[in-house]
Design a protein around this ligand. Structure first.
Ligand code: FES
Length: 120
């Protein structure tokens, strides 16, 4: 039987973290997933990049003062830590764990593995 494990992947190397866009958001992708990366006071958050309302690219939105990602199309807001829709429309963004390491920003993805696979 398979088990679910958290595997870490280098998402953004250190040099990419130094030139952060002024809107506080950056688009990235890994393993076929498009992500919106938010930077808030040296903390990084990774969420799905596609707005669940009508599919806008969230990385072209901006961060407001309440740690929320604002969608550029209809301005729905999402908490960058939890992915919860804070404008009251009942949506939710999938979010992923991140870790800042000496070589860059790492992203945790849950994957299925064989019970004897110890590579996680
Ligand atoms: S597409 Fe994001 S709020 Fe409508």
């Amino acid at each position: 039987m398979f088990r679910k494990v958290l595997k870490w992947h280098l998402l953004l190397p250190l040099e990419e973290l130094n030139n952060w866009p002024p809107n506080g958001l950056k688009r990235a992708s890994i393993k076929g997933k498009a992500l919106c990366i938010a930077k808030r006071q040296n903390q990084y958050f990774a969420l799905a990049n596609k707005c669940p309302h009508a599919g806008a690219d969230l990385s072209t939105g901006w961060l407001n003062t309440k740690e929320e990602i604002v969608c550029p199309l209809h301005r729905f807001t999402f908490h960058c830590g939890s992915g919860e829709n804070t404008s009251g429309h009942g949506f939710y963004l999938e979010n992923y764990p991140t870790e800042l390491r000496s070589d860059g920003l790492w992203l945790g993805l849950h994957q299925w593995a064989w019970p004897w696979d110890q590579s996680s």
